[in-house]
Design a protein around this ligand. Sequence first.
Ligand code: DAH
Length: 345
Amino acid sequence: MEQQLQGLKAEALEKIAAAANVKQLNEVRVAYLGKKGPITDLLKGMGKLPAEERPKMGALVNVVREEVTTELESRMAILEEQATREKLQKETIDITLPGRPVNVGNAHPLTRVVEEIEDLFLSMGYEIAEGPEVEKDYYNFEALNLPKGHPARDMQDSFYITDDVLLRTHTSPVQARTMIEKKGQPFKIICPGKVYRRDSDDATHSHQFTQIEGLVVGEDIRMSDLKGTLSLFAKKMFGDDREIRLRPSFFPFTEPSVEMDISCFKCGGEGCNVCKKTGWIEILGAGMVHPNVLEMAGYDSKRLTGFAFGMGPERIAMLKYGVEDIRHFYTNDTRFLQQFLRTEL
Ligand code: DAH
């Protein structure tokens, strides 16, 4: 039995030395030291030995088992280190490879137009005002000289939440809100924001879109101030040689009311597809603030006057960038949006 044991030990040590990797070495461990291995078998067979030989043989089996285990562990350490080294070598980073391009985001074309307009008016001393999109009927209509039942309400059909609360149909309610806040004092504001109307979506209509409202209230504010301001705006947005033209119009909250056109930036006024052969492009609505609107918000319309205007950034962006369908602004197609990468970064 002793001979058998020494034979097993020699065999195990040989296999340990020959194991080329962790997996093979583990197989050797299971084969020789495992529960079903020959060394365990020998221990189990001890019962058949004469009683006086048992202690000696038992000790011997244990010594052999220790020796095999020690040898196995030291070989294991070597093989594991070797495996780690190989893995690291395989994973080395090739620093000469070109980097992957980073996807740089950019401002949405509407954001860009809104910011450009904000910058212009901020430079003229205007403040930016904001108001809620879920608005009271009072601010959206009544305070703007559109009492309940006024026929002009029909032009701006809304999404009603209750009889008195709706999604604002324009940014004009911020006029009334700001006047109440300013308590009779002069001010200049522009208010960009989202507005909603019950419209069927098509290439030029959307149930949700953006507007920018402007309002100036002060002593001696006249139509000529409005015209000068709008002329500057037209030149800044559409080119220095733009002319503007004011046509009479109607809004319940302004008197007189006008529609502003700019001379066509494509053909310069001769007539083309952009200006529909008229030489002029309609850009926004404006007017002198109606005395009723001033009075309802607590302003003395004999002492202070004002002008207001309202425009749609979508329309401006469509004209400026030649976008033919308003829905492109809302569908988040990166092929569309990537065309507006800022180059000046
Ligand atoms: N609120 C108007 C609209 O949505 C636009 C507008 C016209 C605003 C004239 C004004 C204005 O402030 O003076 O159609």
